[in-house]
Ligand binder design. Structure first.
Ligand code: 3PG
Length: 208
């Protein structure tokens, strides 16, 4: 199954930042227990760069590497057996490099021009970021008729309270959210709370 099918089925990409190698195993365990097959780990902390290869030990979780802003980030992601990359904005340079390395990249877009550039480069699944600040559901509704062939993954400000209004749009295949696995929960090693958050969101989404 392609990573896009996996994202499409999961409808949710939990995202977080991890800075400690020992947190990778319990995190992957709770993902599996909550039946969530994927995670986006953002490269926002220097320490994450040193430990992200720990995900190699947990192939049952599809790793997305997010906040990718350089070619060296792409190399690190590949070294960690990442299944996909997410960039906060659209970079032709990074997209070319990802294509060369044969790894799917989902760029962040906000405007019609960015959508057109990404689509001209062959992409049809895009991250809509920062979703809530960029017009949210209404903006995506406006994109539906113009860009009927483009699918979006809104991220930025997504909560259990608004996820379903995004997922109700047929140009949205999944939502991304950091709220389920906050840095505080990771730092306090609150794995069962993280698991409950993930399960709760999954149930909410499944019921919709
Ligand atoms: C991202 O990197 O996609 C965003 O920071 C996630 O936004 P959120 O923290 O509001 O979920």
């Amino acid at each position: 199954m392609s990573i896009f099918n996996i994202i499409n089925e999961a409808k949710l990409i939990p995202l977080t930042t991890i800075t400690s190698r020992e947190d990778v195993e319990p995190l992957c365990e709770v993902l599996v227990e909550a039946s969530i097959p994927l995670i986006e780990i953002t490269l926002r902390h220097k320490r994450t760069l040193d430990i992200i290869d720990e995900f190699n030990k947990f192939p049952e979780v599809h790793l997305g590497v997010g906040t990718v802003r350089s070619k060296s980030h792409i190399d690190l992601a590949i070294n960690a057996s990442a299944s996909f990359l997410i960039t906060p904005g659209y970079s032709e340079n990074l997209l070319d490099y990802a294509k060369q390395k044969n790894i799917p990249l989902i760029p962040g877009v906000q405007t019609p021009s960015e959508i057109m550039k990404a689509n001209e480069a062959g992409l049809s699944t895009l991250k809509f970021f920062p979703a809530e600040l960029s017009g949210g559901v209404d903006r995506l509704k406006a994109y539906k008729s113009v860009f009927s062939d483009i699918k979006f993954i809104p991220t930025g400000g997504i909560t259990n309270g608004n996820a379903l209004s995004y997922l109700a749009l047929d140009n949205v295949i999944a939502v991304g959210a950091s709220a389920l696995i906050s840095p505080d929960l990771i730092n306090s090693k609150s794995w069962s709370e993280i698991k409950n958050n993930l399960k709760e969101s999954k149930e909410l989404i499944n019921k919709s």
